[in-house]
Write a protein that binds this ligand. Structure first.
Ligand SMILES: [Zn+2]
Ligand SMILES: [Zn+2]
Length: 369
């Protein structure tokens, strides 16, 4: 008897997702079946729906799933039925970067996350009798049941609220990783974040958890800046009404910030971030500008300030090490990301995507059951 699951399908470019039944293929030896408790809505779903990333359609998106292991393939050793897992991004596991613990630099990253199908071109799901792309980020977690490779599933403590943990596998890992893994501010340092979406907020919370004491949030939305204050920002700058570079320099006594984080992905903001840095400051970009965008930064001046700039994908994190760390921070009250989320049933997934796009919700999560 084949298994079925309710899933949200993209069937045509740019149109609303359709909730329908998909068929699951037999479980492979190196895969696990997970009953999804919650799946975060990441910007990647909007980009793929609109085919800015050419994921073949029909497809099930979703790259921030979390749930409970329901079955394991015969070759699976690290997980058992009943384990709670967060699904991270996918990687090949065999290239040089994967082998030395840098899976976010996997040489096959794009194919394994946006290809939609397993490397052998098969899919764990079909729809209306034909294969559908069910391998988005190795998981396609806008579905109540998923079959995923063992290597992307990260075991987390059963006490943690599993239905909310999915975003730790992508958006929140991206922001928190850029700060905790790459920038690494010290207690007492100054930090500015440009853009208070889910990635920016994760960076802000991580900088606060690191002990940075000057925490500046820059955005164009007054309501987001208010939330930033509630979550620990010591200063907020509305860049629609003020020049953020001048404002950040004023806040820091003229010096600029020691650490800055661009979670926006507009090259104009990237330039502002470099100009807001103190000498020897370190800035990180995690927002994704369109490919081909060029930024006009003053390289000559930057040389004399000896600043560092980092470009960071997936927080430069190793999911199996980093996701449990974020869960521990959350349990200790130091990473209150639950303040950023709102849950939606699968039937309201198009509302969730629209709210993510408009900014009405920082981090929507589709919940099941
Ligand atoms: Zn690899
Ligand atoms: Zn994502």
């Amino acid at each position: 008897m084949s298994m079925q699951a309710q899933a949200a399908l993209a069937t045509a470019p740019g149109t609303a997702l359709t909730v329908d039944t998909v068929e699951l293929a037999p479980l492979r030896p190196d895969e696990i079946r997970v009953r999804v408790a919650g799946a975060g809505v990441c910007h990647s779903a909007v980009l793929a729906r609109d085919q800015q990333y050419p994921v073949p359609l029909p497809a099930v998106f979703g790259d921030e799933g979390a749930g409970v292991v329901e079955a394991v393939g015969e070759a699976v050793r690290s997980l058992a039925v009943g384990d709670h897992v967060v699904l991270g991004f996918n990687s090949c596991g065999t290239c040089g970067y994967c082998r030395c613990g840098q899976p976010s630099s996997c040489t096959e990253f794009f194919a394994h996350n946006f290809g939609g199908y397993r490397p052998d071109r098969s899919s764990p799901i079909s729809w209306r009798g034909a294969p559908a792309a069910g391998w988005f980020f190795g998981q396609s977690s806008f579905a109540e049941l998923v079959q995923v490779p063992e290597r992307i599933a990260v075991k987390v403590p059963a006490e943690a609220p599993i239905e909310l943990l999915g975003p730790l596998g992508c958006g929140l890992m991206t922001g928190a990783g850029a700060v905790l893994e790459v920038l690494r501010p010290r207690p007492g340092d100054s930090f500015a974040v440009f853009g208070t979406g889910a990635v920016g907020f994760a960076g802000l919370l991580a900088a606060k958890a690191s002990g940075a004491t000057t925490l500046i949030a820059v955005d164009v939305s007054a309501s987001r800046l208010e939330l930033a204050r509630e979550l620990g920002a010591t200063h907020t700058v509305n860049s629609r009404v003020t020049d953020p570079v001048a404002e950040i320099r004023a806040i820091t006594g003229g010096a600029g910030v020691e650490y800055a984080f661009d979670a926006v992905g507009i090259t104009e903001v990237f330039v502002q971030m470099t100009e807001a840095l103190a000498p020897r400051g370190h800035g990180a970009l995690a927002g994704a500008p369109p490919q081909g965008d060029r930024a006009g930064i003053d390289v000559g001046s930057l040389l004399f300030t000896q600043q560092r700039l980092s470009l960071v994908l997936e927080g430069s994190a190793v999911p199996h090490e980093f996701i449990p760390r974020l869960v521990r921070l959350h349990q200790a009250g130091l990473f209150p990301f639950d303040r950023l989320v709102r849950t939606y049933p699968l039937s309201e997934i198009n509302t969730a995507l629209a709210d993510a796009e408009s900014g009405a919700t920082v981090k929507p999560i589709i919940t099941f059951g």
